[in-house]
Design a protein around this ligand. Structure first.
Ligand code: S3P
Length: 175
């Protein structure tokens, strides 16, 4: 049974890599943010606005417990998912967890391109964004580093090397 969960900071490429990995393995792909959006019929931004971050984290945890039980899947989480409650321990208990690790510079470049979808960084100037990434990545690293596998995706820069990333993950996990 294949159950892979991708974790990592916003902009690391969890969704892009997850889709390619799932296609290569011939299993469905789920993105936890999409799953939440589908179940609640609301965007992550709307949920943050209505319930605040605390409300979102609560709901995210509940949806994780649904989606992570699926069999033969690749699931990508939100950047904050591993850092709340016992989520990381829970994911490790039932899946091959993979941390897509990237430098703050690479993350900032990706996040500047994908504006508007992420309430935590909405409205930040480039300088503020860079400072925020530095600080929050440092705080999150102890959670991310609990993943069973880590892959450095900084080298994947423009995502042209997705296939290479998929190959490395398959080699590491023997799947
Ligand atoms: C978040 C990351 C987002 C989304 C929410 C909060 C975070 O997902 O869950 O905006 O705390 O890092 P992505 O990592 O897919 O952008």
């Amino acid at each position: 049974m294949i159950r892979i969960i991708l974790i990592g900071y916003m902009g690391a490429g969890k969704t892009t890599v997850g889709k390619a990995l799932a296609a290569a393995l011939g299993v469905p792909f789920y993105d936890l943010d999409w799953y939440i959006t589908m179940r609640y019929r609301k965007s992550v931004t709307e949920i943050f606005a209505e319930r605040g971050e605390e409300g979102f984290r609560d709901l995210e945890r509940r949806m994780l417990h649904e989606a992570a039980e699926f069999e033969n899947v690749v699931l990508s989480c939100g950047g904050g998912t591993p850092c709340f409650f016992d989520n990381m321990e829970y994911m490790n208990s039932l899946a091959d967890t993979i941390y897509l690790k990237a430098t703050p510079d690479v993350l900032a470049t990706h996040l500047k391109m994908g504006k508007g979808k992420r309430p935590l960084i909405e409205g930040k100037t480039p300088e503020e964004l860079e400072a925020y990434i530095q600080e929050s990545l440092q705080a999150r690293e102890p959670y991310y580093s609990q993943a069973k596998y880590t892959i450095d995706v900084s080298v994947l820069d423009t995502f042209t090397k997705i296939d290479e990333c998929v190959r490395i993950i398959r080699e590491m996990t023997h799947i």
